[in-house]
Design a protein around this ligand. Structure first.
Ligand code: SAH
Length: 473
């Protein structure tokens, strides 16, 4: 590590900034926020700096000096806590850095880390929580990219959590002498409903849950929570922010076959992983056992992540899993995910509705019960609607045949999306008449989604994802 990150109290300290352009003003804005007294010296000074120097907030902190020529030797460097050399004159910046080095004054040189001893990082300010980022000036673009990701991830209202936790700290310490129990309580609080209530501005609800948790912890009965989270169809970037946060905090995860490897890679290294995947007609772990396991793990005091492909409430048995939790008094949250229909349709370039072609869309299970798809075929065969069949691969021939039999034209476009939203995505398009044979001629494997309707033909125009030879079936 070439530079040591350090948070400094700058309030009231003198900082000299040489330069009056955009780079200088960006740096000055952070210095002002941290309470520094800033003197700017430059041949020209931009409008932002001029505005701040006369603004109610900063006029006491910021002074400006327009000087046509600046020489490093004449600058009042010795009196400064920090000097920022941000002029357009590289030679001048170098001289300033050298002088500061001799005088032992901290110096930052804009865009040149080889000069000066101080870096002003990229900052995410959620005071009192502050994140500082730097890539040793090697790639400001990567730093910017990372900053955008972190900005989305760090809760906007984290400060509410900080002051609330500060308020409770003493009480918790008094009532729970054991450090490990305290730690478990805080983990539970910071990742659970309490934090959610605080982010929603409901501090009294947060207080009453905290009181309840404290009583549970005192009597040795602090249970964990269960998070039933939709992991989306495969692409990890389709996770919601909330799903990502809960994934990164899990103590133990129960996951299905549909949860993709890149998503599992986001779990913390010490998180216990339990596979409860099901294959069609071959339930690896019986549903009742999964339901009971969730209750047991939570009652052991662990935060349990139940991670399911797509959306937990769409053909996902999510409802059944939380029924037992509700009956057992275990608290839980449900986080929706992008369901396969939305994910696959978007990534295949098939709008599920369209003003000209389709006014409604139906999500249907194509799962065969004793080799018969028991569905309302006359209803499904009516025109101007898009049909999306989940689990429809093995019933494909039967589904297409029945739709034609009940009146949907055999030329109706239809597509199979295989492993949608993943790098292995393939889209096979045909019609109700041709699709079963087309699919049979290519070795297609689960998961696949069947989309039927006129909108499918838009795929030829709108396909955008994975346009590689393998992706174009
Ligand atoms: N809860 C899930 C659906 C579970 S049922 C959701 O909301 O998406 C499982 C079926 O979902 C699979 O048989 C398949 O039809 C569909 N499916 C899930 N992920 C898919 C993917 N990446 N590509 C294609 N189909 C997918």
């Amino acid at each position: 590590m070439e530079y040591f990150p350090l948070f400094l109290k700058l309030s009231g300290r003198s900082c000299l900034v040489i330069g009056g352009g955009n780079i200088a003003s960006r740096k000055v804005s952070w210095l002002l926020k941290s309470g520094a007294r800033v003197h700017v010296m430059a041949p020209e000074i931009n409008d932002s700096l001029k505005q701040w120097a006369t603004s109610a907030d900063y006029s006491q902190q910021l002074s400006l000096e327009i000087r046509s020529t600046i020489s490093a030797d004449e600058l009042p460097l010795k009196e400064q806590f920090l000097v920022v050399a941000a002029s357009s004159d590289r030679q001048l910046n170098r001289h300033i850095a050298e002088q500061c080095e001799v005088l032992g004054v901290h110096c930052n040189v804009a865009s040149r880390t080889s000069l000066g001893d101080t870096i002003l990082p990229s900052i995410i300010d959620r005071s009192p929580v502050v994140l500082a980022l730097h890539s040793g000036a090697k790639s400001p673009t990567v730093t910017r990219f990372l900053k955008r990701q972190l900005e989305a991830f760090v809760p906007r209202k984290i400060s509410a959590l900080v002051s609330w936790a500060e308020h409770w700290r003493k009480t918790v310490k008094q009532r729970l002498p054991s450090e490990s129990v305290r730690q478990r309580l805080w983990d539970r609080v910071l990742s659970g409903m309490v934090a959610e209530h605080l982010y929603d501005g409901q501090s009294s609800s947060a207080d009453s849950i905290m009181e309840q948790h404290l009583e549970e912890a005192e009597s040795g009965q602090l249970w964990g929570e269960v998070f039933l989270v939709g992991a989306g169809p495969g692409d990890p970037e389709l996770l919601t922010l909330k799903a990502l946060r809960l994934i990164q905090q899990a103590d133990v995860v129960l996951y299905d076959r549909l949860v993709s490897d890149p998503i599992l890679a986001l779990l913390p290294p010490n998180c216990e992983r339990i596979y409860v995947g099901k294959k069609q007609a071959d339930h690896a772990v019986p549903q009742v056992e999964i339901n009971q396991r969730l209750v047991d793990l939570a009652q052991e005091g662990r935060n349990v992540l139940r991670l399911k492909g797509g959306d937990p409430f769409i053909f996902g048995r999510g409802g059944e899993e939380i029924e037992l939790l509700a009956d057992s008094g275990v608290s839980f949250q449900v986080v929706p995910g992008i369901t396969a229909a939305s994910g696959c349709a978007s990534y295949a370039g098939i709008p599920l509705t369209h003003r000209d072609h389709s006014q409604s869309v139906r999500f249907i299970t194509g799962h065969l019960k004793s080799n018969q798809v028991n569905l309302d075929w006359p209803e499904l065969a009516t025109p101007n609607q898009t049909l999306v069949f989940y689990m429809g691969l093995s019933g494909l021939t039967e589904i297409c045949r029945s739709l034609i039999e009940y009146g949907r034209g055999e030329q109706t476009p239809a597509a199979i999306v295989e492993k949608g939203t993943t790098p292995q995505q393939r889209v096979i398009t045909g019609t109700l008449a041709t699709l079963p044979d087309l699919v049979a001629s290519k070795s297609v494997s689960a998961p696949t989604l069947l989309i039927v309707g006129e909108v499918v033909q838009l795929q030829f125009q709108l396909a955008w994802f994975n346009q590689t030879p393998e992706g174009l079936a």
